[in-house]
Design a binder for this molecule. Structure first.
Ligand code: MV4
Length: 510
């Protein structure tokens, strides 16, 4: 295989920066691409080279296959890393990269394709002995045939899009009378979203957990599982908190799910990092294959922290044809990791996406804290891309220690200029049910009334006061001649007091 010395990172934000860092640690050069909206983003300056690829809309930039491949060629890259989202799970992109003589840092196109067709994936899993949710392994042609399947399975059932994933084109059917309308709705939605209206039927599982297993496979035929991530804390199919390990898995269940996951990856000839999603039935150890994500995932850091493996560096080694440095026999989870996705959304306004300028940013740090961000102070946040600003990830010896550490880090975090999900996490982490690990995929829906009622947000007053103090100091410094811009040593605390007063006013205005 061709020697890789330079990698094009076909993504933006925190994951572009994450991949660039991995390149540098592997002794590789990185080439960034950026839309006009991202010209001041940190990923652009972190790379050795950066190529503008078009205007802000993703369809004209990060989704433009021709531009990306041309950028790789023009800068002498031998490989392209797609990150997540955008083109990461499009088999035609992986194929186009290969046709251009470049290495795709990800799975073979055939594996992407097999897992992208949800009934094909179910048939392959069944053949490989991986448990699947009871249901059909072919598309059902009409509502009547869906009804036949539902009668056999028992209501409630879910209609799902064959080309789907992530919840689009999915409808719950509680009783026969709802079938016709649900079929029409799901078919229409699937057709609009994926250009294919084919549907299949699954038995609906009540209040399961969402557990996923990280796998790594190399070109030498080795496949290893890096344990599970607990991803049940989600809202409208957007994960908000992920952790590893899950309180619901015994070592024996972890072993069984890991075996199923490596069998799943093997069944499609998988190479690179991938994730097998399972639903885990409540109070039981029955688990069912849901789908496979044939890409690096947002939440990969929690696995990195408990297994001591750099997943992105391993992806780069695997892409270069080298054996992975991970050995199944020596893999054991150590301690506990939690990730909170800090998004530009207002949790007190139904998670309405927010825009604005990051006027002030204080990043949490200290023992066991990792901050993976794609923005820095001064950046503008637009509606062109998803609202993820940063991932706050902590490690602790136990789950309780990790939760306390996350609360400490969230209190250190200060963001001024736009609303974020920060305060929401402080509230969830205080919930007794969360602290018991008593969670499932319906957890937030059931809790959100109590959690997200508008009202005083005392947990944010302190960080706001700090921010306002610094902003007030900035304003004062700007208004004064340079020689007195440095705070006089004989009056060390005045600005803090004034700032706090101002901070309270700012807090009330927000
Ligand atoms: C299910 C299910 C219950 N029973 N399938 C949602 C998105 C897609 N990946 C599959 N999804 C689900 N499939 C059966 N047979 C519940 C969900 C589901 C879900 C799954 C994982 C994480 C969050 C979820 C939120 C709502 C519904």
């Amino acid at each position: 295989m061709a020697q890789i010395t330079r990698v094009l990172v076909a993504n933006r934000g925190e994951i572009a920066l994450r991949i660039i860092r991995a390149c540098h640690e592997e002794g590789l050069e990185a080439v960034a691409v950026y839309s006009h909206a991202d010209r001041l983003s940190p990923h652009v300056r972190a790379a050795e080279l950066a190529v503008p690829i078009g205007p802000a809309p993703a369809i004209d930039s990060y989704l433009n296959i021709g531009r990306l491949i041309e950028a790789a060629r023009a800068t002498g890259c031998q490989a392209i890393h797609p990150g997540y989202g955008f083109l990461s799970e499009r088999a035609p992109f992986a194929e186009a990269v290969a046709r251009a003589g470049l290495v795709f840092v990800g799975p073979p196109p055939a594996a992407i394709q097999a897992m992208g067709d949800k009934v094909e994936a179910r048939r392959r899993m069944q053949a490989a002995g991986v448990p699947i949710v009871p249901g059909t392994t072919q598309a059902v042609p009409d509502a009547r045939r869906a009804g036949d399947a539902a009668a056999r399975l028992g209501f409630p059932v879910l209609l799902k899009a064959v080309a789907g994933g992530g919840g689009k084109g999915m409808r719950l059917v509680r009783e026969p009378g709802e079938l016709e309308a649900a079929f029409q709705a799901a078919e229409g939605e699937a057709l609009r979203a994926f250009g294919a209206g084919d549907l299949y039927v699954e038995k609906y599982l009540l209040r399961p957990r969402h557990i996923e297993i990280q796998v790594l496979a190399d070109t030498r035929g080795r496949i290893v599982a890096l344990g599970e991530r607990e991803c049940s804390i989600q809202r409208r199919h957007q994960k908000l908190i992920e952790e590893a390990p899950s309180v619901a898995l015994s070592p024996a269940l972890r072993r069984r799910m890991s075996e199923a996951a490596t069998a799943a990856a093997g069944a499609v000839g998988y190479v690179s990092a991938g994730t097998i999603e399972f639903l885990l039935a409540p109070e039981e150890s029955d688990f069912y294959f849901l789908e496979m994500n044939t890409r690096l995932q947002v939440e990969h850091p929690v696995t990195e922290l408990v297994y001591g493996v750099d997943i992105v560096r391993e992806q780069l080694r695997i892409a270069a044809g080298q054996p992975m440095r991970v050995h199944a026999g020596t893999l054991h989870p150590r301690g506990h990791a939690i990730e909170c996705r800090i998004t530009a959304e207002d949790p007190f306004a139904d998670f309405l996406p927010a825009t604005g300028s990051l006027r002030y940013l204080r990043v949490p740090s200290g023992p066991g804290v990792r901050w993976d961000a794609g923005v820095e102070q001064g950046n503008d946040v637009t509606l062109f891309y998803d609202p993820l600003l940063a991932k706050l990830v902590v490690w602790g010896e136990t789950r309780d220690v990790a939760i306390e550490r996350m609360r400490r880090a969230l209190r250190e975090l200060v963001i001024v200029g736009l609303p974020t999900s920060q305060a929401f996490y402080l509230r969830v982490l205080e919930e007794p049910s969360f602290r018991r690990g008593d969670i499932d995929i319906t957890y937030l829906e059931r809790l959100s009334g109590a959690l997200l009622a508008p009202g005083p947000r005392p947990e944010l007053l302190r960080p706001l006061a700090v921010a306002a103090a610094l902003l007030a100091e900035e304003r004062r410094a700007a208004a004064q001649p340079p020689e007195v811009a440095v705070r006089p040593p004989d009056r060390p605390t005045t600005w803090v007091v004034e700032g706090r007063r101002e901070g309270l006013r700012e807090g009330l205005r927000q």
